[in-house]
Design a binder for this molecule. Structure first.
Ligand code: NAP
Length: 316
């Protein structure tokens, strides 16, 4: 992946940053922090000895540490990049070892459940600025990351009430240095918006690929052979990491169920239009949805590849 980030910062934003969980997102953050000089020192921490060994081989971090307590000691910013369900247990492990002026953040795709699981383990004085970079690929692990993953992507911050605005500002500066656009909203609103824009679409993809796999009248080889249509796009989404997506559905239950209820009602309406030959109804809906697609393209958010098919960012 080419590096299209601009010049590095003259002064780091944080002296020492610890990233916990060096998968796709964590290793991309480690690379972006180093590339942009956003941290004086970057510590990479992962529970897996194999991941730590691989991160050492890749030489992307200043320090690699398997022990959470040692990894977070003296860090000004600690970012949890572990699956959503692991956030609480990791926070419990690290809580007593945090510097009392530290900022804690995360990158979880779900925000209310992560705040509920992490916040109780943070000592007084530590500020929590949860974040969700709306960027990714269907790949996992430390080899999958790259520094410009976040370029031109949105990063949503959901600081709970009472968070020091100066802490939110520093986390915001870091994401901006990675080339992200930052928006601040409540965790509740985040979870509802992401349920319909990301979580339910993934569930539909998992479901349709599962249905095709179980069909008896259509062979597996026919599914693969004729998948040039819409199905191929679904298979890409349905190949996303099973641990991450299991945790998302278990931890954004209410919002996903609410959106699925609406989805089912609309699907039933479509079923009726097909059954009763309501061509005008179908045409009207497909015209409206086409306009949404055009809006997404106009905003430059049409593909999972950062800036794919768009102009290179201006060189400064
Ligand atoms: P990933 O590539 O699977 O990486 C997760 C890493 O965390 C793995 O190295 C894993 O080690 C490690 N880990 C798991 N439990 C741990 C623990 N208790 N202590 C320390 N390390 C632990 O996953 P990812 O795609 O980067 O996702 C990480 C987070 O980013 C998730 O919360 C996800 O919701 C969020 N996110 C993902 C995307 C995306 O598109 N992928 C986008 C936005 C946000 P093992 O492999 O040994 O378990």
């Amino acid at each position: 992946m080419s590096d299209r980030l601009g010049p590095a910062l003259g002064e780091p934003i944080f002296k020492r940053v610890t990233i916990i969980g060096i998968g796709l997102i964590g290793s991309s953050m480690v690379r972006a922090l180093k590339r942009m000089n956003a941290a004086g020192e970057v510590v990479a921490c992962d529970a897996s000895a194999d991941v730590c060994k691989r991160v050492e081989e890749l030489k992307i971090a200043d320090v690699v540490e398997q022990d959470v307590a040692k990894a977070v000691a003296n860090s000004d910013l600690v970012v949890l990049c572990v699956p959503v369900g692991a956030s609480g247990p990791v926070a419990e492990q690290m809580g007593p070892h945090l510097k009392n002026t530290a900022i804690v953040s995360d990158v979880g795709s779900v925000k209310c459940a992560v705040i509920a699981a992490v916040a109780p383990h943070l000592p007084q004085g530590v500020n929590f600025v949860p974040a969700h970079p709306v960027a990714g690929t269907e790949f996992s692990g430390p080899d999958a990351g790259f520094a410009d993953l976040f370029l031109s992507r949105w990063c949503i911050l959901t600081p709970p009430e009472g968070t020091d605005p100066a802490a939110t500002d520093k986390v915001q500066q870091m994401w901006r240095s990675f080339g992200s656009n930052v928006e601040v909203m409540t965790a509740q609103h985040h979870d509802l918006v992401l349920a319909i824009t990301s979580h339910v679409p993934h569930l539909i993809a998992y479901n349709i690929v599962g249905t095709a796999a179980d069909l008896e009248e259509v062979t597996q080889s026919e599914v693969m052979k004729f998948s040039a249509g819409g199905f191929r796009d679904f298979t890409r989404i349905a190949s996303s990491d099973p641990t991450m997506w299991r945790d998302i559905f278990l931890h954004n239950k209410e919002a996903v169920l609410e959106m699925l209820g609406r989805f089912n009602e609309d699907l039933a309406a479509l079923q009726r239009m097909i059954r009763w030959g309501d061509g005008d109804g179908l045409f009207e809906l497909f015209t409206r949805t086409r306009a949404i697609r055009r809006g997404i393209i106009a905003q430059g958010q049409e593909t999972a590849s950062p800036d794919f098919g768009r102009r290179e960012p201006p060189k400064s």
